[in-house]
Design a protein around this ligand. Structure first.
Ligand code: AMP
Length: 117
């Protein structure tokens, strides 16, 4: 499916919508989730127009992939309230993806418990 340039994260990356920014570099942008599911709930987005994790891994360069995941690691180390954290990415609607721009959730700051089914 073609990338939707009007999805909410594309608008945030363009500066057309506000957000609580946490991090910004050439490869990645991060912000606090608008509806946090844990004391720390940060979303990390690649800068490029990738709809999902699968789309990102199929289309991004090695530099983009490394740069993005290096940023995820840095943000988790620097901005999480606890040393431990959970990473989640929902790939596709069936998995719970609601915004069609690839993003990784960083969750932490409290015991995470079991994963839901
Ligand atoms: P997912 O369901 O994996 O696609 O995750 C989308 C996440 O984006 C959800 O946790 C939403 O709470 C969050 N979200 C939606 N709109 C915004 C927004 N404008 N700013 C920050 N987070 C948002």
């Amino acid at each position: 499916m073609a990338y939707d340039h009007n999805n909410v994260f594309a608008k945030i990356l363009r500066g057309d919508l506000p957000c609580k920014q946490v991090y910004d570099d050439v490869f990645a942008f991060a912000m606090h989730d608008i509806a946090p599911a844990a004391p720390t709930h940060i979303l990390v987005l690649p800068k490029g127009p990738y709809e999902s994790f699968a789309d990102f891994m199929a289309g991004a360069s090695k530099g983009e992939v490394f740069g993005f995941f290096a940023a995820v690691a840095k943000i988790a180390a620097q901005h999480n309230a606890t040393p431990d954290f959970r990473l989640i990415t929902n790939n596709g609607a069936l998995a719970g993806q609601t915004v069609p721009h690839f993003h990784v959730h960083i969750l932490g700051g409290a015991p995470m418990g079991a994963l839901l089914p």
